[in-house]
Design a protein around this ligand. Structure first.
Ligand code: NAP
Length: 335
């Protein structure tokens, strides 16, 4: 039985606590913490046995916590991962692993000192049935080599404090992971473009942005990143291969015919769009810890690879140039 402490009791923190308590076998949440202590106390209304820690570092150090789940805001992830690694705890860190590749390198060094993997990163799309089937087809080779990916990541709106770079580090980070995973390839170069701006972007950040990537084998990727589309949470992905294409399926829905229309609802919340993927992701994490004592999902290396591309994209902003995506050699532990 894995005893988990959760840092960050906002939207996804609460959802993951529900998942771990009510759905995933072989684990229990024993502690939680949040910068905003009332958010942590809220958790105990439904789960009174969960202990609230005012200081997240005390939760990390607590004897009763075997594994730390980090679901606080992006800028806090790296420091909590490093603190949990000091104690050799198991760690599930929501994406991004850190805000920069340099921080990810520190994390990998600290993890490697333990001689085994301790960190899993919350790139849950790898557990989505649609993406998994796309990868199976691409990897089988039946469609020949993959040549291009056309992708779109569209959100309804963003809260206060959203900034242009978060379109990369917080939003497109999912595509930076899933595209290299789908292709089994690493990035060679990257560029972000500012295009005609939407009138819905009134809060001072770029929207839309277009992310362009080239892989080592020469495949090209374009990702439309919209953080205020005003209509839905809409994730699109098409991989163009030599002999055919594969498309990410639309989420399950019921079509309605009425009033001379054919209606297809579009989801607005990421929690609903990837609900099954999150369920499978956390079940798989807990199972792998119970069975082998090491996580088998996305690693610190995967968190690092996405951040290297994100660094290059941010640096390329306004230069009109593709910048090289330069990674360190992959350490043996992550091969
Ligand atoms: P959220 O609703 O804003 O929740 C974050 C919580 O962390 C808030 O309660 C916040 O408190 C708290 N917090 C802020 N600073 C903290 C600190 N230093 N220590 C502890 N807690 C702190 O955000 P969210 O949507 O749940 O996202 C949380 C994380 O999950 C983000 O990193 C996000 O990128 C990631 N995420 C991943 C996915 C996915 O698809 N995998 C989806 C959504 C989110 P205050 O409100 O007082 O700041």
């Amino acid at each position: 039985m894995i005893r988990i402490g959760v840092i960050g009791c906002g939207a996804i923190g609460k959802d993951h606590i529900r998942r771990l308590m009510d759905l995933v076998p072989g684990c229990t949440v024993v502690a939680c913490s949040d910068y905003f202590v009332e958010a942590a106390k809220e958790v105990t209304k439904k789960y009174p046995d969960v202990k609230v820690y005012e200081n997240p570092n005390d939760l990390i150090a607590a004897q009763e916590v075997d594994a730390v789940m980090i679901t606080s805001i992006d800028s806090t992830h790296a420091a909590y991962v490093m603190e949990a690694l000091k104690y050799g705890k198991q760690i599930f860190c929501e994406k991004p692993l850190a805000l920069t590749a340099a921080e990810c390198e520190e994390i990998m060094k600290a993890e490697m000192a333990h001689g085994k993997r301790l960190v899993q990163v919350g790139f849950m799309r790898r557990y989505d049935r649609g993406y998994a089937e796309m990868k199976r087809i691409i990897t089988s080779g039946e469609l020949g080599a993959p040549l291009m990916i056309h992708a779109a990541h569209r959100n309804v709106s963003q809260g206060d404090g959203f900034q242009t770079d978060m379109g990369i580090t917080n939003v497109a980070i999912h595509e930076l992971d899933i595209c290299r995973w789908l292709l089994g390839d690493e990035y060679e170069s990257a560029q972000v473009l500012k295009v005609r701006q939407s009138s819905l972007s009134t809060r001072g950040y770029d929207n839309p942005q277009i992310v362009l990537l080239e892989t080592k084998s020469g495949a090209r990727i374009d990702v439309e990143v919209q953080v205020a589309d005003g209509y839905g949470y809409d994730i699109q992905c098409q991989v163009v291969c030599e002999k055919g294409t594969v498309n990410l399926p639309e989420p399950y829905t019921v079509y309605k015919r009425a009033n001379a229309t054919y209606q297809v609802p579009i989801l607005t919340d990421w929690k609903d769009r990837f609900i099954e993927a999150y369920d499978i992701e956390l079940t798989d994490w807990v199972n792998s810890l119970n069975q082998n004592g090491v996580p088998t999902g996305p690693s610190s290396w995967d968190g690092y690879a996405a951040c290297v591309a994100a660094d290059a994209l941010i640096k390329s902003r306004g230069t009109g140039q593709f910048l090289k995506v330069e990674m360190i050699e992959k350490p043996e532990m992550y091969k």
